[in-house]
Design a binder for this molecule. Structure first.
Ligand code: GLV
Ligand code: MN
Ligand code: MN
Length: 413
């Protein structure tokens, strides 16, 4: 590789992340969700950067952006990517770092002539699942794993199918952009979103596996009543049922070591200060590295919910909106990545991911690997999320070394 000015490149990544962070659906805080105006604008901008890096761009009906190396037909694809959607009031690194860093790598390996594979970059449109509570809609569509019935998923605005129709998107199912045969590997750089790397004083870490997750929507129904006149024993207060259940969710995390479970979204109806709550809809997100433990915890929580509903004379519906098994990263890729990390930083730390990533979906088509980058205070899904410039530079160097090593391992020059 010719001499590379790593710092200048890291600075460009950082500036681009700042520009993306200005593109939001909600003034004053960073929020970009599937197929929103801000997503369209951010995706266009990333597309321009991809073109400047020599990639040929295309997008699909669900808003994914793909940059391909031109004129490299016949070669297998090494796909680097992450997502451009965010949670509500997000930080600027979750997802966007992997996309922007991938574009920088495409620029570094611009000719790609000495690589035995073709380097593509993906910016997926829905990893967080904020709009429909079900994550990975973007990468599932990319992989051809989104089916007609998945388009019926809905929120208060309507279904995904209606949203696509309103945007006049030509729904193109179930064809994915690439087949598994074409893909040599999928690789994602992501902020750690936890405190381990900071604690070990390391800039990057190699991901071993990604935890499985289950997501549900719960709907508790009681009866609205006057807050001043209805005695407590005569009430059917849906909020109290849901609140009691939320505490059992916390208890489950003690009962099943290693479990993390969260009630993160809650809607109260009629949501009026002097009316007993009649209906509660809330999310439930359950994760564990071990799928058996997750399944056992989900069953236990289901029983607890039924018990609370019966005790409080509430009716209860629950809908599974997502089930993804835990995914192991590929050992060969992980070995090359660990060697690259050792070369660049003098150390290599392996760690699992509690957060979900598009790699979970891509693993159904090809081997996957991930590199984590240290973040301040382990903070993520928060506007104060922060990665220092020196760590961006180290991540860039590490991945460039990884690609070089992989090129040699795959028979390149
Ligand atoms: C994605 O950030 C997730 O793990 O929820
Ligand atoms: Mn996230
Ligand atoms: Mn993410």
């Amino acid at each position: 590789m010719a001499t590379i000015d790593w710092l200048t490149r890291a600075q460009r990544i950082s500036q681009r992340l700042e520009r993306l962070a200005e593109i939001t659906d909600e003034p004053g805080r960073l929020t970009r969700t599937l197929l929103s105006p801000a997503m369209t604008q951010a995706t266009r901008l990333a597309g321009r950067w991809m073109e400047e890096a020599g990639l040929q761009i295309s997008s699909d009906f669900i808003g994914n952006l793909i940059g391909q190396t031109p004129g490299a037909s016949g070669k297998q694809v090494f796909l680097i990517g992450s997502h451009l959607d965010t949670v509500r009031d997000a930080g600027r690194f979750d997802g966007a770092l992997g996309v922007v860093l991938g574009i920088e790598l495409a620029d570094i390996f611009r000719s790609g002539s000495d690589l035995p594979f073709s380097l593509w970059v993906a910016a997926f449109s829905d990893e967080e699942g904020v709009r429909f509570q079900t994550a990975y809609l973007g990468s599932r569509a990319f992989c051809g794993l989104l089916h007609q019935e998945d388009l019926e998923v809905s929120n208060r605005e309507g279904s995904l199918r209606a949203l696509l129709a309103a945007g006049q998107s030509q729904i193109d199912l179930p064809t994915g952009v690439v087949s598994g045969n074409q893909l040599l590997a999928y690789f994602e750089v992501h902020i750690e979103q936890g405190p381990v790397l900071e604690d070990r004083n390391l800039p990057v870490g190699v991901v071993t596996a990604i935890a499985g997750q289950s997501r549900f929507r719960f709907n508790w129904t009681g009866k609205a009543a006057h807050a001043g006149t209805t005695p407590i024993p005569l009430r059917r207060d849906a909020l109290l049922g849901a609140a009691r259940f939320a505490l059992q969710v916390e208890n489950a995390c003690t009962r099943f070591p290693g479990l993390v479970a969260t009630v993160g979204e809650l809607n109260v109806s009629p949501n009026v200060s002097n009316v007993v709550p009649a209906q509660i809809t809330h999310s439930l997100d359950v994760r564990h590295q071990d799928d058996f433990v997750r399944a056992a915890a989900v069953a236990w929580l289901g029983n607890e919910a039924d018990h609370i509903a019966a005790e409080r004379k509430l009716s209860l519906e629950r809908l599974t909106v997502q089930e993804t098994a835990s995914v192991a990263c590929d050992q060969k890729l992980t070995g090359e990545l660990a060697a690259a990390s050792k070369f660049v930083t003098g150390a290599s730390l392996e760690l699992p991911s509690g957060a979900g990533h598009d790699a979970v979906i891509l693993s159904q088509l090809c081997p996957v690997a991930m590199l984590f980058v240290r973040c301040r205070d382990g903070l993520s899904h928060h506007p104060d999320e922060f990665v220092q410039l020196a760590d961006i530079e180290t991540a860039l160097r590490t991945v460039a070394k990884f690609i070089e090593r992989l090129g040699r391992a795959e028979g390149g020059t």
